[in-house]
Design a protein around this ligand. Structure first.
Ligand code: ADP
Length: 384
């Protein structure tokens, strides 16, 4: 089955054409600056419909006469309703749209992408794969904030969690590497990219995760603060900052960028190695915060059987992994320095044989997970 995976943003459209059975990527790309004038002052790409024409051109060569069988969309927010990928129809599209207030930057753009495809290829089945869905198994004691009930009942204020597609995929691959059933996997997954989150997995299911109502909660990220005392927002508001200014400050001007002068882990590690104290401080704060979450989630899963690193930093940064694992001595975790230094696209173990908990690196592949989920939903729908 050939699945076109779409990640539709407000001004960009990422796509990947995948042969699901073979596991291959046939073509991939990104259309950017949608809705902006072209850099040379020309007309540019006015909307997502126009962006899809460019995607169509790019696909044609790769398809070589074959047809696309289905489209899989990465949808950021599935609210409380969506615990699984679903076949999209008008009602589902409207349901995703109703969640716009919870993800104002993402869900409207996802809906625009869905409608543009429905317009261009009306006969193609479309599937929505939600970033929040995997975390629908979190127990209430993990998703509740300790605030008055109307915040939840009227505004939907609760913890949802994100990066679910990646956490689920990586948990499955980690279980396979360790030779345990996916349904018996207990561990802590650390998805460390520009956005970063940790998930506590018990019996293969998410029982807690570090992102909450929005992807701002939790770990120190590239430009996001992660956990802070909420009174800081109130204080800043009273100092005259607007909601948009506070949003910008915490989502785009904080995190590693604020602490160390760069949002990029490679830059920070290089600078710290040259003796840059600010960069070192950023690494210290981020690794300390992350290690605290690992300790907490070790408890949440009733004793983790694996600690798993994934995404850009988790898969690639030997230095950052060492900083984190060095803080886990109390759990009996011991890093194998040689294994940690290996660069590889394969899932692997980087702890010593005598480590109380194995530490793994498992590359994530959200597009693959979305393509496989899409194929499964479409197959089930056909089987009726
Ligand atoms: P996104 O959340 O945007 O998908 P990624 O998963 O691509 O992010 O991760 C981006 C982060 O990964 C950046 O901080 C980058 O510095 C880091 N990273 C990527 N490659 C390497 C590498 N070879 N060594 C260290 N860090 C890396």
């Amino acid at each position: 089955m050939l699945v076109l995976v779409i990640n539709s943003g407000s001004s960009s459209l990422k796509y990947q054409l995948r042969d699901v059975a073979a596991g291959d990527v046939l073509v991939q790309g990104i259309v950017e600056r949608i809705g902006f004038p072209a850099e040379d002052g020309g007309p540019g790409i006015p909307n997502h419909e126009a962006a899809l024409e460019l995607v169509d051109d790019a696909l044609r060569g790769a398809l070589a006469g074959r047809g696309i069988d289905a489209v899989g969309h990465r949808v950021v927010h599935g609210g409380e309703r969506f615990a699984e990928p679903v076949l999209i129809d008008n009602e589902i599209t409207r349901a995703i749209e109703r969640l716009n207030p919870l993800a104002p930057l993402h869900n409207p753009a996802n809906v625009v992408g869905i409608r543009a495809i429905a317009e261009k290829w009306p006969e193609l089945p479309q599937v929505a794969v939600f970033d929040t869905a995997y975390h629908r198994t979190m127990p209430e004691h993990a998703w509740r904030y300790a605030v008055p009930d109307w915040l939840y009942t009227r505004h939907g204020i609760r913890r949802y969690g994100f990066h679910g597609t990646s956490h689920e995929y990586v948990a499955g691959r980690a279980a396979a590497l360790l030779g345990v059933d996916a349904e018996a996997f207990d561990g802590v997954i650390l998805h460390l990219g520009n956005g970063a989150s940790a998930t506590a997995v018990h019996g293969g299911k998410s029982v807690d995760t570090s992102m909450g109502f929005t992807p701002l909660e939790g770990l120190v990220m590239g430009t996001r603060s992660g956990d802070i005392d909420p009174s800081i927002l109130v204080y800043l508001g009273r100092q005259g900052l607007s909601p948009d200014e506070i949003d910008d400050l915490l989502n785009r001007e904080s995190g590693l960028k604020a602490l160390g002068g760069s949002h990029d882990m490679r830059t920070l590690v290089d600078a710290a190695e040259r003796g840059d104290a600010k960069a070192q401080r950023a690494l210290d704060v981020a690794s300390y915060r992350l290690a605290k979450y690992v300790g907490a989630y070790h408890v949440a899963v009733g004793g983790a059987k694996a600690i798993v690193f994934t995404a850009g930093i988790g898969e690639n940064s030997t230095a950052f992994r060492r900083l984190v694992v060095d803080r886990l001595g109390a759990l009996g975790v011991a890093l194998d320095e040689d294994a940690n230094a290996v660069r590889s696209p394969e899932p692997r173990i980087i702890s010593r044989a005598d480590s109380a908990i194995p530490v793994l690196v498992v590359p994530t592949d959200e597009e693959r997970a979305i393509a496989e989920a899409t194929a499964a939903v479409v197959r089930a729908a056909v089987a009726g």
